[in-house]
Design a protein around this ligand. Structure first.
Ligand SMILES: N[C@@H](CCC(=O)N[C@@H](CS)C(=O)NCC(=O)O)C(=O)O
Length: 234
């Protein structure tokens, strides 16, 4: 049978290997986008609790020692935001314009959200989980909870003038920020009284295809894991 669908043939020909964990919000951002684009991945699951991501072998793949990492044939790429931009550029086909519009200001606003996620919002989750995983803490501190609220406050501000974080439709920015919020919810849920627009946005995201499957269930898994570790650390 002759393959006529370019996207299908490109994706099927590609050997996409994703280093991920189900409880990792940035890994789930790649999985949500991958599913939206109809991509299939093979998976590797480094055991972060046993420091498999800090071995010399893993650092040869990703010197930052983080997941997710994508292998597309011989090409290796780390950092979920970079991975999603790459996957969308290469395999996005008709989804490119919707998820990362070419309008300069809209695109710049999406980039702003992606950098906010990478540099600020997701770090607020790591600030809670990293010390717990090395056995030092058994709860989130007041400062950490306040910092998470400060992150929600930024999203609330972005949503004042639009339905989604960067414009009036769902983009790559919602995928990444939504996955981080799914993880943060397991530590300190969005308070609808303080952040009504953020709560409404997150509720709407849960109805988006693949978001519940990867982001929400991944966030719940992260919460279970964190609580287990906190109990162990008491
Ligand atoms: N900005 C990075 C963050 C990646 C990241 O920190 N991932 C966590 C897992 S959710 C990790 O690899 N942590 C390992 C560590 O901090 O040692 C991305 O979006 O890919």
């Amino acid at each position: 049978m002759r393959i006529t669908n370019t996207l299908w043939s490109k994706a099927a020909a590609a050997r996409l290997l994703l280093y991920k964990r189900d409880a990792s919000p940035p890994s789930n951002a790649v999985r949500v986008l991958g599913a939206m684009l109809g991509l299939r991945f093979d998976f590797e699951e480094p055991d972060l609790l046993h420091m498999e991501h800090r071995t010399p072998e893993y650092k040869k793949i990703n010197p930052m020692a983080t997941i997710p990492v994508l292998k597309d044939g011989d090409f290796i790429l780390a950092e979920s935001h970079a991975i999603n931009l790459y996957l969308l550029s290469k395999y996005g086909s008709e989804h490119k314009e919707a998820l990362y519009p070419s309008d300069l200001q809209t695109r710049a606003t999406i980039d702003q959200c992606l950098f906010f996620d990478a540099g600020i919002l997701f770090r607020r989750l790591l600030e809670v989980s990293q010390p717990a995983f090395i056995g030092k803490t058994d709860s989130a501190s007041k400062t950490q909870v306040r910092n998470i609220d400060e992150g929600y406050e930024v999203i609330e501000a972005y949503l004042q003038s639009r339905a989604f974080v960067a414009c009036d439709r769902l983009t790559l920015a919602d995928v990444s920020l939504g996955c981080s919020v799914a993880g943060l919810e397991a530590i300190h849920p969005v308070d609808a009284a303080k952040f009504p627009k953020c709560k409404d946005w997150y509720t709407r995201l849960q109805a988006e295809p693949y978001f519940k499957e990867f982001a929400v269930s991944g966030g719940q898994l992260f919460g279970k894991l964190l609580r287990h570790i906190w109990r162990r650390n008491k």
